[in-house]
Structures are given as structure tokens and as C-alpha cells.
Unconditional design. Structure first.
Length: 286
């Protein structure tokens, strides 16, 4: 009888916690918007539009979302046009904040665009080694990361590097070389998430100051209720829950299932609050 009562109380507390989180502010740190005419380039079934994102935000109880640009090399006009598209949408609505993009191999052109976008209200910069076709340890990448930090932008990297077995170590080196820039590794390296424990090791030494964060887009829903779910939570706690951000990767993943995935793990109410809001507010200066 006592055991049944204890289970009932625990369940009631859990539902109360989720209900209170539902009424709190929630940030989705990873959503892509595409220009008119290209809305289904990432997902043929879902429009990557502000209207669809707002609809999913309402359904998921998300109050603010990062909206991303992504550009290719050697096309300054297209770069500025896409970034302005994102910046203008963010400027017109409190629902969104802007994450712009440059191609690091464009050198000084990329750095000048980082400065311009920061002055216009961008909160972060997105770089994608695979899609944009650059090596993480290219000196131009470090130069762009440094420039972003100098104007207060976090730098978000896609960290699923299936073709680069040394990606984790390269990200460590990049973080150590740019201690004043907040770096976010989107997707927590995906299926190689356990490698991120390397950051917990370096945090014990004098060279790395904890300026790397991780968003849980893709990885959280993929491993929810799986044999590796406990390993994922253990790894997050070893690195430090303060370093992790809730994210969906809209329109590839929908917001409601991404949020439900986070809530399916055995995080405490305090940990969930950090994951769903506090950490992102700190990283992006919201």
C-alpha cells in the first residue's frame, strides 16, 4: 500500500513539474527558415517558413526560437540577402532571434559580414563543415570564430562529422584557441555523442575554460527511450547540464516531438529549466 502511494505521489509531482514548465518560457535554439520559393528544400513535407514555425512553437509551448541562415562560398550578394532575410524577420517579432551565416573560406569578406550582422542584431553565427565544405582546423575558421566572439556572437557548428574521425579533437583545439567565443556544437556529434566527454576531461585542466556548449537537436529524439538513453543523460551530466541547449532542427524535426523527447529523460526539474531556457538565454544574451 505504501509503495503504491509513493508511486502515485511521484507521478503527481512529475505531472506538476511538466505543467509548470509548459507555462514557463522555452527557447528552441535551432530552427531553419528558407527564403520564398525554397521552403521545402530541407524537408519536402514541411515548409521552413516563419508561419509554420510559429504554428509548431504554439503547439510545443515554445516562446522563442533561433532562426538560421546558411550560405555557400563566394557569393557575397546571396550571403547578405539571406542574412538580411533572417535579420528582418527577427527584428519584426519577439518570437525569433537571428542566427546568420558566412563561409569562413571567404576570408575578410566573411569577417566583415560577421561585424555587419552583429551590428544589425544577430545573436549567433552558424557554420556547417559538411554542407559548406571546409575543414574545422582551417586557419580561416579560427579567424571567423575569433571575430564573432569580439562582436559578441556565439558560433554554432554542425558537429555530425561522419567523414572526419578527428572532429572532436579539432573542436577542442578551436575552443582553446578562442576562449572568448562561445561555441555551440549542434546535435552533440549525433551517434558519436559519447566522444563529447573529452570536454569534461579538458575542463579539469588549465587550458580550456568551458566555452563550448551543445544543442540536443536530433540526438535527443533519436535516443529517447533507447538502450543508449541513460548513457546520453550520464554524458550530459558529466560534462555539465549548464552546457546544453534544447533544440529541434526545424523543419527536419518538429518542435513538439523534440520537446517531448527532452522531457522523456530522467532530468530533474532544475535540469529541465536549464535545458529548456536558462542556458540558451545565457549563451545568446537574451
Amino acid at each position: 500500500m505504501k509503495k503504491n502511494w509513493t508511486i502515485a505521489v511521484s507521478a503527481a509531482l512529475l505531472f506538476a513539474t511538466i505543467a509548470s514548465i509548459t507555462q514557463a518560457q522555452i527557447i528552441d535554439s535551432h530552427a531553419h527558415l528558407l527564403p520564398p520559393g525554397m521552403e521545402r528544400a530541407l524537408n519536402p513535407d514541411v515548409d521552413a517558413s516563419a508561419e509554420e514555425l510559429r504554428r509548431q512553437m504554439k503547439e510545443a509551448g515554445v516562446t522563442k526560437a533561433a532562426i538560421y541562415a546558411m550560405v555557400q562560398k563566394s557569393d557575397p550578394d546571396a550571403m547578405q540577402s539571406y542574412n538580411d532575410f533572417i535579420l528582418n524577420i527577427a527584428k519584426e517579432s519577439d518570437d525569433f532571434f537571428a542566427v546568420v551565416s558566412v563561409h569562413p573560406l571567404d576570408g575578410e569578406v566573411a569577417i566583415e559580414e560577421v561585424k555587419r550582422a552583429a551590428a544589425l542584431g544577430a545573436k549567433a553565427l552558424k557554420l556547417h563543415p559538411f554542407y559548406q565544405g571546409f575543414e574545422i582546423d582551417n586557419p580561416n575558421v579560427s579567424a571567423v570564430v575569433k571575430a564573432a566572439g569580439e562582436v559578441g556572437l556565439a558560433v554554432i557548428f554542425d558537429s555530425i562529422a561522419a567523414s572526419d574521425g578527428g572532429a572532436t579533437g579539432k573542436f577542442v583545439d578551436l575552443a582553446i584557441a578562442n576562449p572568448d567565443t562561445k561555441i555551440v556544437l549542434a546535435h552533440m556529434a549525433g551517434y558519436r555523442f559519447s566522444e563529447m566527454i573529452l570536454f569534461a576531461v579538458f575542463a579539469k585542466g588549465p587550458f580550456y575554460n568551458g566555452n563550448v556548449y551543445f544543442d540536443l537537436s536530433a540526438v535527443a529524439p533519436l535516443y529517447a527511450n533507447s538502450p543508449r538513453a541513460e548513457e546520453l543523460v550520464w554524458t550530459i551530466r558529466q560534462i555539465g547540464v549548464d552546457q546544453f541547449l534544447h533544440a529541434s532542427d526545424f523543419p527536419i524535426f518538429d518542435l513538439k516531438s523534440s520537446r517531448e523527447a527532452i522531457e522523456s529523460y530522467n532530468f530533474t526539474p532544475d535540469e529541465l529549466k536549464k535545458l529548456l531556457y536558462d542556458n540558451a538565454a545565457t549563451v545568446f544574451g537574451l
